[in-house]
Design a binder for this molecule. Structure first.
Ligand SMILES: NC(=O)c1ccc[n+]([C@@H]2O[C@H](COP(=O)([O-])OP(=O)(O)OC[C@H]3O[C@@H](n4cnc5c(N)ncnc54)[C@H](O)[C@@H]3O)[C@@H](O)[C@H]2O)c1
Length: 361
């Protein structure tokens, strides 16, 4: 396999393939990045696509920034004539249309594979073999994509531990506009509303603001490139977010009980319950256990050891710092039926632990 673009996604794919014993070549426009990925055990750095083609890769995975996906995919199709060429770009329809228009003779070897996972920051240092495991992988075949290329895409998703979902590029882009691209822009806009708020007031921010603005740490240029490839669906998705809020804002003056809020929150709650759970399965009931945490070395390690000793599987953990105090609150997310016993066990082990409500709180 030749991976072109040894950043977060390319290196994560490469690391997963290496655990399966596959030979991986890495090419990146920045040789230091390819070397960094190679040092992490992701494969062997190559000098270019043409140089790597001599080794006869059967699959090329293009994981470059969206703005250069089209030329790099076209170059790979031309320079590596036997290989299936895939690309991981977060928006699929534009790249597919360009390949259909400019390289119709190669479409049979072309397929999109978008692992729906990742982080706010790119680069090989943040990559991991497990990053893309247990996640949906959208497999976007063009109408002219051949069965061998689709089989290669399904195999790649499988080897990286992903859950393959075959979908057209158009349907993918509409879904991702709602599920990823608009949420990014909403988080950014929400964080942007801090402008003008004095720091003393910003200090009042709680977990809700942090959670809903987590994506605002993302790279502005990467997101410009993604949205540029998916403008129509993103504009529709933004209107779908903005309209109910504008309606609410307009109506609130004449609605002293704010009755319309109940409908908005109830609808969001009902729709969010449709999100699949861990590993794509049904969503299991989960609950939080809150534990006061002194701000000293080993405090978190001691707590996690106590959780392990209790034999409880930790679904997630987060630490919130208490403003102005040398302490924090660890929030442990566990299966709902395990939470009361865990809190009691932790208290017996000397931790200040208490039930923190179900996940939706
Ligand atoms: N980050 C995510 O969460 C995520 C998730 C799924 C898919 N994607 C998509 O995967 C692709 C890669 O994203 P990433 O997060 O790994 O980005 P990244 O910035 O971490 O890595 C991209 C790499 O491509 C290299 N590159 C740029 N131009 C090149 C060229 N012409 N030839 C060869 N290498 C080139 C860069 O030097 C960089 O190392 C993007 O299209 C993105 O939309 C990202």
């Amino acid at each position: 396999v030749l991976v072109v673009g040894a950043g977060l996604i390319g290196t994560s794919v490469a690391l997963a393939l290496r655990t399966r014993g596959k030979d991986v070549l890495l090419y990146d426009a920045r040789p230091d990045v390819a070397e960094q990925a190679a040092e992490r055990g992701a494969g062997v750095a190559a000098d270019g696509i043409a140089a790597a083609a001599d080794a006869g890769p059967g699959v090329v995975v293009v994981a470059v920034p969206p703005a250069v996906a089209v030329p790099v995919v076209l170059e790979a199709l031309r320079l590596v004539p036997q290989a299936t060429v895939m690309h991981t770009t977060s928006a699929q329809a534009h790249v597919q249309a360009e390949v259909e228009a400019f390289a119709p003779e190669h479409v049979a070897r072309f397929v999109g594979v978008h692992p729906i996972a990742g982080r706010e920051r790119g680069g090989p240092a943040a990559a991991a073999a497990s990053l893309l495991a247990g996640r949906p992988w959208a497999i976007c075949a063009a109408s002219g994509t051949g069965p061998a290329a689709v089989a290669h895409a399904l195999a790649l998703a499988h080897e990286c531990g992903g859950v393959a979902v075959e979908v057209t590029a158009d349907a993918h882009d509409r879904a991702l506009a709602t599920l990823s691209h608009a949420p990014q822009l909403v988080a950014s806009a929400l964080a942007g509303t801090l402008t003008g708020l004095p720091d003393a007031d910003v200090a009042l921010a709680g977990g809700g603001f942090r959670d809903t603005t987590r994506l605002a740490d993302s790279d502005p240029e990467l997101w410009r490139q993604i949205v540029a490839l998916n403008r129509g669906p993103v504009a529709d998705a933004l209107r779908a977010v903005a309209q109910p809020l504008l309606d609410l804002a307009t109506g609130l003056d004449a609605d002293p009980d704010a009755a319309a809020v109940r409908d908005l929150v109830a609808r969001g709650r009902a729709e969010r319950a449709r999100l699949p759970g861990k590993h794509g399965g049904a969503r299991a009931a989960r609950a939080r256990v809150l534990v006061d945490l002194p701000d000293r070395p080993r405090a978190l390690a001691d707590l996690l050891t106590a959780v392990a000793d209790a034999g409880v599987n930790l679904e997630d953990v987060r630490v919130d710092h208490v403003p102005g105090a040398a302490s924090g609150i660890a929030e442990l997310l566990v299966a709902a039926d395990a939470a009361p016993a865990l809190a009691a066990t932790l208290r017996r082990a000397g931790h200040a632990a208490r039930a923190g409500g179900d996940e939706s709180l």
